[in-house]
Design a protein around this ligand. Structure first.
Ligand SMILES: N[C@@H](CCC(=O)N[C@@H](CS)C(=O)NCC(=O)O)C(=O)O
Length: 198
């Protein structure tokens, strides 16, 4: 596998994920501020919008952190990062896998971009409802799906970690406990160490 990545970007989600999966991979740095770096043909083939993260896994090429996490969890089931196809927890799993791109990201843009809020009309609700929903989802158990860590925790955990870094996360012991559990994972630490050397 080749992971196209740039430090301190959304590509961290995919980096943590490949570390959780445990298959060999090559990290290809794409400096997103350098237009020439984005002309790498393998990167272009995997990322139609020229955004990181992107992944090449043999013939499979795709971009977007949520899509990559969904793909890897199903492609490498031995890592145990997605509920089995016949497990009813797959319903919650999909809900949380799509919560970052569908709700968290636009709600953050709304809050910090000064957009007019309209909880009823906007597909992401609003920032306050997004936070309440996450708090309720995380308050039920150790991980989003209960006792078992999954790719949904990679997506939500990395997003909450970045919200906190940006000062965008309201203080809340539920979030603090969850972020501490995520950052204590060996795969998270390995991914973070890779970010820090660049
Ligand atoms: N929805 C995408 C967003 C990816 C994204 O916006 N990546 C930014 C870095 S955080 C990027 O590559 N920006 C450079 C560009 O758009 O040219 C994901 O979650 O992977």
């Amino acid at each position: 596998m080749k992971l196209f990545w740039c430090p301190r970007t959304r590509a961290f989600r995919a980096l943590w994920m490949v570390e959780e999966v445990g298959q060999p991979y090559e990290l290809v740095t794409i400096d997103i501020r350098d237009e020439a770096a984005k002309t790498n043909p393998d990167f272009q083939a995997a990322s139609p919008m020229g955004k990181v993260p992107a992944l090449e896994d043999g013939e499979a090429k795709l971009a977007d952190s949520a899509a990559i996490c969904l793909y890897l969890a199903d492609r490498y089931p031995e890592a145990g990062l997605a509920p089995a196809f016949d497990n009813s927890q797959r319903a919650s799993y999909f809900y949380w896998m799509l919560f970052t791109p569908g709700v968290m990201e636009p709600a953050l843009a709304e809050k910090f971009g000064g957009w007019e809020t309209n909880k009823f009309r906007n597909g992401w609700g609003d920032f306050a409802t997004m936070i309440e929903t996450l708090e309720a989802g995380l308050d039920k158990g150790s991980w989003l799906l209960g006792d078992k860590f999954s790719a949904a925790d990679v997506m939500i955990g990395s997003s909450l970690y970045f919200f906190k870094q940006f000062g965008a996360l309201p203080e809340n012991p539920v979030f603090e406990t969850y972020i501490d559990k995520c950052t204590a994972r060996p795969a998270f630490k390995r991914a973070l160490a890779k970010e820090e050397v660049v």
